[in-house]
Design a protein around this ligand. Structure first.
Ligand code: B12
Length: 246
């Protein structure tokens, strides 16, 4: 097989591995990301280095997480089960590239650098790839203008029912031909304000995820899982696995 040498082809290869498990992947260049973030968050690669951001869709829980729990999960590890699951699926991608002799580095949303800063700001990566739009309080009119609000991303299909799981970077592959896609603008100004308010003040009730009429949501099982305090999730996992075996 020919070695993929442009960002779009690399993205197709990553998607081929991950798409069956409820993920979607979008290409971008590290320079686009570095243009926006402050120095301390910069990625140390030339600006046209190829990269791909990975998003989990609402179906990831059923397509990737439950099968992972059934077959691969190691309950003796302290690491969070979802993080373990992401490491497992990202490893599949890394293995497929290493078999083709292509270097790939992965950065997960939950990883911190030596100074305890996130290794990657996945929201900015999602925005520059054109997959989601990043809304920050200064973009919208918010009653009682509160600039301490955290920013939030909106997906054109999933609204807020998704997560930005991480990024792959291909240090050997430079691609200045990749065309930048403008992030989708699916929300009206009042909807964007409302999403920011709900995300910041009421994130526990999930309403922020429904803004913009998403085509799909998390299943009841998935919502229950994330609403359960982490120490009690193991019991729930066991219940889900028993039900799957029936
Ligand atoms: C630390 C963290 C938190 C902290 C602090 C929140 C924060 N800073 O956003 C806490 C614990 C409070 C938190 C809470 C939550 N979080 Co949180 N969190 C993170 C984490 C790990 C890092 C965020 C961070 O530290 N950013 C650093 C700051 C400085 O970044 P920033 O504000 O975006 O600023 C940069 C940009 O503005 C950029 N920039 C400058 N100009 C421009 C212009 C443009 C156009 C763009 C695009 C960028 C840009 O430069 C700045 C840096 O120099 C991310 C995952 C990740 N690795 O990114 C998840 C993440 C942001 N969290 C997420 C979620 C869902 C939540 C919760 C709802 C809980 C949950 N997991 O269900 C709550 C909601 C917030 C709340 N009301 O409390 C999601 C958000 C998804 C989305 N749709 O946007 C993320 C992306 C995780 C994920 N895997 O999807 N979180």
């Amino acid at each position: 097989m020919a070695i993929p040498c442009d960002c779009k082809t690399l993205n197709i290869s990553v998607n081929n591995v991950l798409e069956p498990f409820g993920f979607e992947c979008h290409p971008f260049l590290t320079g686009w990301y570095n243009q926006l973030v402050s120095e301390k968050f910069q990625l140390n690669y030339p600006p046209s280095t190829a990269a791909v951001v990975v998003i989990s869709q609402p179906s990831m829980f059923e397509k990737a997480f439950l099968p992972f729990l059934q077959e691969e999960f190691d309950s003796s590890q302290i690491r969070d089960p979802i993080d373990q699951c992401m490491l497992f699926y990202f490893h599949k991608v890394k293995k497929s590239f290493s078999e083709q002799g292509i270097d790939v580095e992965s950065l997960h949303d939950f990883q911190l650098d030596t100074r305890r800063r996130p290794r990657i700001l996945v929201q900015t990566a999602g925005h520059v790839s054109g997959a989601v739009r990043y809304y920050k309080p200064s973009d919208v009119e918010i009653e009682q203008k509160n600039n301490n609000y955290y920013p939030v991303c909106h997906h054109p299909r999933w609204g807020g029912w998704f997560a930005l799981r991480g990024v792959f970077i291909f240090p050997q592959i430079q691609d200045s031909t990749l065309e930048k896609i403008e992030p989708p603008q699916n929300l009206s100004a009042p909807e964007a304000s409302s999403m920011l308010e709900l995300y910041n003040l009421h994130w526990q009730d999930w309403r922020w995820r429904d803004i913009g009429n998403p085509e799909s949501r998390y299943s009841e099982e998935q919502i229950k899982y994330f609403e359960t305090p982490p120490p009690d999730r193991f019991q729930l996992i066991q219940k889900y696995l028993d039900n799957r075996e029936l």
